[in-house]
Design a protein. Sequence first.
Length: 284
Amino acid sequence: MENRDSSLGIVKEKAERISQSARGWIIPLARFGYAAKGIVYIIIGGLAALAAFTGGGRTTDSRGAFEEILSQSYGRLLLGAVAIGMAAYAIWRIVQAVKDTENKGSDAKGIARRIGYAAIGVIHIGLAYSAAQLIFGSGGGSRGDAASKEWTATLLAQPFGQWLVGAVGLGFIAFAVSQFYKAFTAEFRENLKTNEMDKKTETFATRSGQAGLSARGVVFGIIGVFLIQAALHSNAGEARGLSGALRALEQQSYGQWVLGIVALGLVAYGFYMLVLARYRRIVI
């Protein structure tokens, strides 16, 4: 019995050492990932704001942001850092899902949230790969809304394809609602180390988070509506991605101002990501 207890103690000690070692690289990896994501959003929002207010710039998505980075001095080096950041963010999200770092639990709701974390991780692996392709001059994936139309067409070709696309559209709308809820309640503050912030930094973190999450709510809601239209009409051509959602705003009455406000919100979200890179509570 004594030997058994001793063996269990050794196993627990080794497990703790492994966990401590993991913390040593996962936490900085996560912070680097948040920073890279923030930079991408600042570029996307900044270009859209320029399109709205000056006639320059353009409505674009992550790939467009990557191309903008690549066009700068030392662009390959900078984009390489962003690609690593996208991969780092992906790893962090997958760790969140597997380790349940946010304590979502193993009930149906908790599992759904953790699957969501993993899905975000997979998406960012794709973004890292797209950035790497641009760096090495081998494309970088479909441009603009083309990727959204392609995967929508793939889903529509499956049995019950319209239902699948409609379900994805509803998922986007549900996600948009969750972004508005988080913005309204400012519940995201629970994940911030506010005790390490001065008053100005705390206010900036709160306001940038609220503005950014609201802007994301608008954009993802529009993407969801377009997907539901694509499902109802069985027409993949009606699907839109991020750049298409921003163009849809621009085409509305007072579209220049609406696009400009949402674009500035996306910039705010980018700065909020930079705040998370420094002040997010990360528990492994």
